[in-house]
Design a protein around this ligand. Structure first.
Ligand code: GCW
Length: 683
């Protein structure tokens, strides 16, 4: 039933299976539904791949005997052990248990969910265990997701292109319409379900002319077709909308959210949409951001703008996901007072409590824009009365565009574990966005995804780990980086100790390696304008985008202090505000994000800023050489295609890292006139 594309982590190799041959010969399942059928189909497919023969399917539990795997929802089947412990009753809607029962020498394995979706997640969990050769006879698992919304945002356009996509074209659209062959979408849905993703928006947040029509009967049948596929894997479909739709495709001359005609227009659209897709998720909205239309045009607030859409979707249970990426993108670089980092907080914090219950604010992890390193957004956790969700970027816009290896799980872990102190110690970002801190009606995590039509989905085969890791982390942000990495390697490349050692080390170091040869000490940017690939130190220095490093012959960095800078540090709660405000206490990796310092300033590490720049850039390139060495040890331990595909990207990375090193080092040597203490070649 599946396409011929790379199967990523759903490989089900025969070798991995160590246990349960007999157990896996029979599946007992009573009821049928779209999701339950997917669960069954996945179980059957996985077993067939692993043991070479399809299991029998038994529809009547009363007649089942011997060893079997039973898929069921709570009302249908409860092994006694669970009833006694009462544990499974406490699980949330998407939770499940896997429990082994020994019966007259046979093993009966129960995969029981609160709902069909729980069963589906349980099946993927069981398949994962089978692949890692776990012992099933004594299994007892209880799981539920920590985040309710576990989402992916596509930046796909209907001409088939993907904004910031580095893995081919859209899997949804081509030439101004939907793709005819659904097989990649189907594969994608199962891949996402296997890592617990439950929501997807399919089109770019920059909604152009054709895409504006997605909410009309011209395209709704197609959207419904995609939603059907996703639904059978427990995934809800969302669309990005154009705030000016009533003008662009309606016959109104305004999109003012307080205008009755505008409100009526959106209500009609909502009614259309839900007649095609009864469980449609809702709208993702980029408004008043980077030249997109929004409520500011009509002197309305973002709360007024979002609530108008919220009202239209409310009768159907839909939500409005409103992005907070709102800043002045026509800044004068001469203006040293305006600070783009302040923008989201300054715009949205004063509106706390004014949004409807079905509106969620979507906040990028950092206050600037998905840089390799930046501070955590101070808006996260700062609005007790407004639903929030966190936005990550899996697609590697600023982290090497899937040509460079950059495993982002370590970055995401740091952000999720960041203590905001909003309700005292332990008020981490992960607890804010899971709704634990303030009991939000809706909340969770989303990310701009990195997949496209490339055979391996992500361009760089190893970038599959970012998608996998993202899903696993949104399900359970407490999983460790090591747990996620080893799971992914196991499923994708098998059990070889060499692969685990070498690839494990490559992934673990890759983000810091990329950081070390690109923009230093948290200052960000220094990329070519437009496409954002490759070094260009002053590329954004004299631009309108608010992205400056202020390097001169004395020093570098952005002074964001309260004392004599932009005052940004005051947006944090005191514990963090004090830390960042202080030149001595500020962590090295964010020093230039918060302070403007002379090149001779001594870091906490004991090095001067300029020597740190030189050292990290030379070391970064050496570390890429080590990546290549590690990967070369794995030749012959996997299929040729994946081996050479990754190797050629690593070789490109090495050349490109040298370019970064030499451009950055030369730039700062020329600016500062300070030579490298080690006398290495700088041009
Ligand atoms: O990172 C920037 C990108 C834009 C993107 C924007 C956003 C979709 O360069 O391409 O637009 O962010 O997040 O809206």
């Amino acid at each position: 039933p599946y396409s011929t594309a790379d199967r990523c982590w759903l490989r089900y190799s025969h070798q991995a299976l160590r246990t349960g041959m007999e157990l896996l010969s029979s599946i007992v399942v009573q009821h049928s539904s779209a999701v339950m059928d997917s669960a069954l189909q996945e179980m059957v497919y996985g077993i067939k791949e692993m043991r070479g023969a399809e299991p029998d399917i038994c529809r009547d539990p009363a007649s089942a005997s011997g060893s079997f795997v039973r898929l069921a929802i709570l009302d249908e089947a409860l092994p006694e052990a669970w009833t006694q412990a009462g544990q499974i009753q406490g699980l949330n809607e998407e939770g499940y248990g896997i429990h082994a029962v020994q019966q007259d020498g046979a093993v009966q394995l129960y995969v029981v969910g609160r709902t069909d979706r729980g069963v589906l997640y349980g099946v993927f969990h069981l398949l994962r265990l089978l692949q890692s050769g776990a012992d099933l006879a004594a299994l007892h698992v209880l799981e539920q997701p920590r985040n309710r919304l576990r989402m992916l945002n596509h930046w796909d356009n209907m001409d088939g292109s993907i904004e910031r996509g580095y893995a081919g074209n859209s899997i949804f659209f081509e030439e101004g319409r939907f793709v005819r062959d659904d097989s990649r979408i189907r594969d994608y849905a199962r891949m996402l379900a296997s890592i617990g993703i439950n929501s997807v928006s399919i089109n770019n947040v920059n909604v152009h002319r054709t895409e504006t029509l997605l909410i009309t009967p011209e395209f709704l049948p197609d959207v419904a077709r995609v939603a059907d596929i996703f639904r059978s894997y427990g995934i809800t479909t969302y669309l990005s909308i154009n705030y000016a739709s009533p003008i662009t495709i309606g016959d109104l001359n305004t999109a003012d959210p307080l205008d009755d005609r505008v409100r009526a227009w959106w209500k009609e659209r909502a009614s259309d949409i839900y007649s095609y897709i009864p469980d449609f998720g809702g709208f993702v909205v980029k408004a008043d951001s980077e030249h997109r239309p929004g409520p500011f045009t009509y002197n309305r607030t973002h709360a007024e703008g979002a609530n108008m859409l919220g009202e239209a979707l409310r009768p159907y249970g839909g939500v409005v996901i409103w992005r907070c990426f709102v800043y002045n993108c026509l800044q004068d670089w001469r203006d040293r007072k305006t600070d783009r980092a302040r923008a989201a907080y300054d715009h949205f914090k004063p509106l706390d409590g004014q949004f409807l219950e079905n509106v969620i604010l979507q906040i990028k992890n950092g206050p600037m824009d998905f840089q390799v390193r930046e501070a955590v957004s101070p808006l996260l956790g700062a609005m007790p009365k407004t639903n929030q969700m966190l936005e990550f970027q899996i697609t590697q816009e600023y982290t090497g565009q899937q040509k460079h290896l950059c495993y982002l799980v370590p970055q995401w872990k740091e952000i999720l574990d960041f203590d905001t102190y909003t309700t005292g110690e332990g008020a981490t970002v992960k607890r804010a966005v899971s709704g634990e801190l303030y009991r939000y009606a809706h909340s969770g995590i989303t990310a701009v995804v990195n997949v496209g039509s490339d055979d391996n989905w992500t361009g760089h085969t190893l970038a599959q780990a970012n998608l996998y890791g993202y899903g696993r982390l949104t399900w359970n942000p407490d999983l460790t980086e090591e747990e996620i990495t080893s799971e992914w390697i196991h499923l994708t490349f098998g059990a070889s100790a060499d692969i685990h050692r070498e690839l494990g080390a490559m992934l673990a170091e890759s983000w810091r390696i990329y950081e070390s040869y690109t923009a230093p000490l948290g200052v960000g940017w220094m990329v070519n304008p437009g496409h954002h690939y490759g070094p260009n130190v002053d590329g954004y220095e004299y631009s309108v985008w608010g992205t400056y490093h202020y390097a001169d012959c004395h020093g570098i960095g952005v002074n964001r202090t309260v004392k004599d800078g932009t005052g940004y540090t005051a947006q944090y709660f005191p514990e963090n505000a004090d830390l960042y405000e202080s030149l001595d206490a500020c962590p090295d990796e964010l020093l230039l994000f918060f302070h403007h310092v002379p090149y001779t300033h001594v870091l906490r590490s004991g090095k001067t800023v300029i020597q740190h720049i030189y050292d990290s850039h030379f070391e970064g390139v050496e570390k890429v050489q080590e990546l290549i060495l590690r990967w070369s040890k794995l030749e012959g331990q996997m299929d040729h295609e994946r081996y050479t595909g990754v190797m050629s990207r690593l070789e490109h990375q090495l050349e490109h890292a040298k370019e970064w090193r030499d451009v950055i080092n030369t730039y700062f040597y020329r600016k500062s006139g300070i030579p490298d203490q080690q006398g290495r070649t700088i041009y």
